[in-house]
Write a protein that binds this ligand. Structure first.
Ligand code: AKG
Length: 195
């Protein structure tokens, strides 16, 4: 049987899941050109676009893929903690942020605003990065997670409410398996649902 989606549970951070093969290279380029055809990033000073309510059709398609990949995981008993109830809500997501980060740029540690429901999805494009998760209850605990291009992260429960996430792309923070990542531009698509 073909395994279409592979999910990895990040055990240290309850409710954190990564699918590293979520988008094939072909689907990554399609998504990237769809993002760019919106003309949000025509000037270097523009690095973020936000949409509420009806999302562009390519983003609706992307959220269907997120649903399909979580559904596929439900066939596997070990992956049941993935937020399956998330699949029942309509629409799955009604808010999107697209971020474009130049090398060296990242995002400070934060917990997403409570005005968004549980179940947050982030798709990465172009360049790998290390996202660090820091426990709200113990700031000394920091868990690095590699986000490769084409990967999907799902944060739910504790991962969404009890852990901060951050991307620190200053020298020294983007190491994975002993190597400093080669930084390039990175684009991410974050999908959420307003409460
Ligand atoms: C946010 O926009 O709140 C994020 O955390 C984005 C994370 C990312 O770019 O991967």
């Amino acid at each position: 049987e073909e395994v279409r989606f592979h999910w990895e549970e990040i055990r240290e951070v309850k409710g954190l899941w990564v699918s590293r093969n979520f988008l094939s290279p072909h689907k990554q380029s399609t998504l990237f050109s769809n993002v760019h055809s919106e003309n949000w990033f025509t000037q270097p000073s523009n690095n973020q676009a936000m949409r509420f309510g009806d999302l562009p059709s390519w983003a609706t398609e992307l959220s269907h893929s997120v649903r399909d990949s979580v559904l596929a995981a439900s066939d596997d008993d070990q992956l049941l903690p993935l937020p399956l109830d998330l699949l029942l809500r309509q629409p799955l997501f009604d808010q999107m942020i697209v971020n474009q980060y130049q090398p060296g740029e990242g995002i400070c540690a934060h917990v997403d605003l409570l005005r968004f429901e549980d179940g947050i999805a982030i798709v990465s494009l172009e360049s790998s990065c290390v996202m660090h998760f820091t426990s709200v209850d113990n700031e000394l605990v920091s868990v690095p997670v590699l986000l490769n291009p084409g990967s999907l992260v799902v944060m739910s429960g504790e991962a969404r409410y009890r852990w901060k996430h951050e991307i620190n792309r200053r020298p020294g923070f983007q190491t994975w398996e002993g190597h400093e990542l080669d930084q390039m531009r990175r684009t991410s698509v974050t999908l959420r649902k307003l409460c």
